[in-house]
Design a protein around this ligand. Sequence first.
Ligand code: ADP
Ligand code: ZN
Length: 745
Amino acid sequence: MISTTNLLSISSILKDTFGYDTFRPLQREVIENVMARRDTLAVMPTGGGKSLCYQIPSLLFDGLTVVVSPLISLMKDQVEQLRAFGVPALFLNSSLAPQEYQENMDYIKRGEVKLLYVAPETLLTPRILSLLSSLQVDCLTIDEAHCISEWGHDFRPEYRQIIEIRKRFPNAVCLALTATATSRVRQDIRSTLKFTTTNEFIASFNRENLYIEVIRKRDPIGQTIQMLERFKDQSGIIYCFSRKQVDELAAYLASKGYSVRPYHAGLEDSDRRRNQEAFIRDDAQIIVATIAFGMGINKPNVRFVIHFDLPKSIEGYYQEIGRAGRDGLPAHCLLLYSYSDAAKINYFIEQKDGDEKRVAIEHLNAIVRYAEDEMTCRRKPLLNYFGESFQADTCSNCDNCTSAPTALTDITVFAQKFLSCVKRAEEKFGAGHITDILLGSKNEKVLRWEHDKLSTYGIGPELTKKQWMHIARQLMTMGYLKQEGEYHTLSLTARALDALKKREPIFGVVQEAERVRTKGKKKVELEYNHALFALLRQKRKEMADEAGVPPYVIFSDRTLIEMSAYYPQSFASLLNISGVGQAKASQYGDAFLEVIQSYCKKHRLAEIPHPRLREASRGEKGAASPFPNGRGAGGEGELSERTWLVAEAFNEGATIQNLMERHQVTKGTILEHLTKYVMAGNILRNGEDLVSLAAVTAEQKQAAFTAFDELSPTFLKPVFDKLNGTLNYDELKILRMLYLIARQG
Ligand code: ADP
Ligand code: ZN
């Protein structure tokens, strides 16, 4: 059984060493299983976080963890990343000079190493076998375990000999990892490795952060350039069908000033390596490649993948787009589809025969079906292909889910509500006001006209304001409403009266509600300061070049983004940032803090508490908040992310007007955010803007302050009444904030 100490240590290693707060799906389960010394097979997609599954146990075991991996080019990279996290790791393979090789052997002999990466052929040499026999090996990890199976796409005979090796270390627990495994391959792995118990963990292959899009290939170069412009200065891969196409496209893009390198099997080895290295080190932003590119890279911040030509199979396609967004941040995958590409592939298939031909045709048909489907969520066929069913109707993160022409639905009830409300309000108001009535708003205009007394007041809470406005636009287009005059006043047409009388069914579209952050679903976008991010990135690049490692070894993009969102000012706050563990904090912390501090000083910015901390202190602080209810996103007195963003941007000097535009909301909403922020006990600077906004006399201001003193600032209605409506609600909101700020001292 696994002890509780181990459970505690698993989480603390995640945070203290790697700087992460939560496990990715199944990581914890796999780690616990390995710690319980049960042989384990883990199947996770690229970017699923397989490495931590053996890296964390390696730090808990007394002895050595040996990782067998066929990807020699990745070993150096992984070891560099681990060293940056303070993990004593080494590799042994044919790329090392004899002296280095010997040095590494000595380190291992002295027991100074926790993790050893080896290529399978290296592991089988007598030299290594005798070295390992003299040591305690606690865990044998087999990365890319599908290479064991003849059924896999990448069979390597030397992998089969690992079975022999296992016999020499009967006490070592075995962990097999792979990102590609059909049930047949899984079965093969299990029987080859003679796993005593079937401890299989299969993670979902759905990569939520990838936006998946297929468009008709019309002007491929133009379409590609459009994408590059959207992702300026970001890393991306463009896959082409042929070497010739790669060379031409790379040359063309270079002539247009893009930072781009080609990659294909026809290049000299040294050129290929140099180009790949440039990409990994952020010296080149874009790689144009044939599918030969990608196996040996581990770059986490690839923000887009473009398929300039049609891939030959869904499997290959999914693997290629899987190279985007390993860091979990949003990434865009674009496939340019044309039928003539399919015909081209077909031409090559025609020259094959037998089984090979049949299989190739099946693959091609599947990808063509996928590309031509303009209705179904892209994730469905992709995940189906891997034997996983995607249950949700839409994923909200593919072209078909976000832009498919939505089927018409029966909107009769909504139409009736809207039309009768227009009628009850005597056909004197615009759509916005009608919506406010339907939603039961207590805004000043609604109250002034006593529209809270209408029978249609508050009967439409099932839709949002935006959805109601969309219904209104459809009713206009369909000729049920007409809009006139300077104030866009709505009135009913004869058609509407008729429809109401006959209860005629009306069909239309209900716009999808704005995505509400569902519980537990991770948020992938964080607003951050782009100028500071650029500075931090520059710092990272300098330090990486100095140390001769890829930038992501120092810190990931996610880490820099969090720094640019929360402005940590101290060593302690730095440790709250995702991806900052103890070792990285002490090694790089000062350099990055210096950049953040000087930027913040120059722009008069203050640190924003990390959500983790807010979460921890919510109990004390949030509950004491005097704000009546959790109107808006937060709820239960807790400040929403939006509130923090609005308030902090305001403190940074954004005006109310800026914020209204940035968040596409009214002045009232911005004021509400600011009020919540102040009421939760936070300091709001930059009061100037507020004072100038409140165009009221000194007497009015005094009267309002007195009323707040008497009646409490919690509710505005009593204050509004007490002042006999001489100040409107927006004015009262501003004055309340000034009042709260004054009271804060
Ligand atoms: P895989 O080998 O499955 O493709 P990796 O192990 O290389 O995936 O992990 C992909 C990226 O995700 C790496 O940059 C890694 O540091 C990061 N990562 C892994 N686990 C977590 C986690 N629990 N929280 C945050 N980032 C993680
Ligand atoms: Zn979808």
